[in-house]
Structure formats: C-alpha cells, structure tokens
Design a protein around this ligand. Sequence first.
Ligand code: SAM
Length: 274
Amino acid sequence: MRDIGKVNHTLEILDRFELQAKKSFGQNFLVDINIIRNIVECAHIQENTCVVEIGPGIGGLTEYIARSAKKVIAYDIDERLKDVLAYSLSEYQNVEVRLQDFLTVDLQALAEELKEYDHFIIISNLPYYITSELLTKIMISSIKMDCFVGMMQKEVALKLTSKEKSPLRLMMDYVGEVKYEFTVTANVFIPKPKVDSAVISVTFKEMNKENLNDFYRFLLVCFKQRRKTIYNNLSLTAQDKDKLKEVLKTCNIDPKLRAEQLSLDQFKELYDLI
Ligand code: SAM
C-alpha cells in the first residue's frame, strides 16, 4: 500500500487486521505524511545506507525510509504485526521485518552483519515507555553509526537537548552532536497520546568507542545522589579515598562540587585517572 501513514489508509489497515493499538507497547501510529517525510529528511540518507528502524508499527514511517535507503531492518516486539507489515509493505523488497524486542538485539553482531553498507542509521518513533533505555543502548554502543533520529515525548526531547546534565545527556554529547529538530503535536497520531512529541537527532562523531559502557557506569556513580558532592558519590565505590582526593586535586576539581557542575571534559579526565 502507498502512503500507509494517511489517516484513511491507517484506519483501513487497523480495520482489515482488527488491530487495536497496544498501550503496553507504546503504540501510537503516526498519520501525517509531511511529518513522516520530515523525520526521514533529518537522517540525510545517502547511497548504500542501511537503516535500522525500532518499532515500525504498521509501517507508515518504514515505507518512507524504504524509499530512500538501500536496506531497512525493522524490529518490532509485537508479533501481531507480522501479517500486517507483510501486507502494508509488500511492495518494498528492501525491508526486512524482525519480530524482536530491540533491547535484546546484539548491536555488535548486527553491525557485523551489515558491514557491506557504507552507512548505518537508526530511526525510530520510539515506544515512550522505554525511551531512555533504548537511547542509552544506542549511545553506549561501540558500533560505528552515522546518526540517530528519534521521536519521543516533547518534554524528554527538551530535557535531552537542554543544558541540564545527566549521564545520558553527557553520553550523547560525548559520542555525537545532539539537535532538537521539531515539535510534533499529539493530533497526528492514532490513538492520540496525552502529550506532544518532538524529534531529535544525534550525529555521531568519528571516534574510538572503546569503554563507552564503563564511562557511562562511571557517570551513573557521579550522579548517583544529585545533591551530594562529586567526592561523596565517587567515595561510594572508591577503594582508596586518599587516591580519590589526589585525583580530584590533579584534575583541579573541587571535591565539594556536585556532578552537574562539572564539564564533560572534566568527567573524561577524571574517568581516565580513576
Ligand atoms: N513507527 C510507527 C509509526 O511511527 O507509526 C509506530 C511507532 S509506535 C510509537 C512504537 C512501536 O514500537 C510500536 O509498533 C511497538 O510495537 C514497538 N515497540 C515497543 N516496544 C518495542 C521494543 N522493545 N522493541 C521493538 N519495538 C518495540
């Protein structure tokens, strides 16, 4: 079917397959072709690109990704969508649907499988109930990616693109360049969610991605109790408190500062020395 994301087409598919959106899977289907186009444009898809989509739903966004990308691998947790997607995306031979929880996907193995492609992008109208988990999985992954484009609750998107520091926000800054792309009103979804959404993008840097997971764990410790000082939080796991004081001194970091008062560079220096 063409333009799955048109209201009447979406309703027709839902009706044909007697499909009710599952709240527990965060299912809100996008029914605005312009927004779909704009999301895909944010990814700047080039030749020989493989796009991994998390949560294709009934395929509205997938269809437009498939028109630009060489290959699309779309992961959805909802097994009811197997027949729906086979029907809605039947004319797109470059789409492969995998019915699997994306949180359980081995990204290293996936990247290995996709090494014939020059570019690797992740696009998602994210299931809201696991937005942070999915973002964290992507940001701490050591695989080489070009960019990530994702839609999430507007409030979360604003927070992640603000100056407010958090372990996830710092990781995003570390591995890429984060951008608030645009706001999406709640009216363009079936069923209509309670809040507005927004699209953000992360353009990844060329960098050595070793130890990202460890660095993220370190940031979690630094932010463990936000009102406590960096010294107190790091003391929770430090074997040698004198060494910790010494390292803070070497990095020129006042032990009485709180994590949110440190810069990304200071976290990196601290992490390298600890
Ligand atoms: N992409 C479609 C669109 O824009 O209309 C649907 C987006 S809907 C907000 C989120 C989709 O993610 C649903 O299809 C849902 O089944 C799927 N999903 C939820 N949890 C998932 C998970 N852990 N792994 C993969 N897909 C998941």
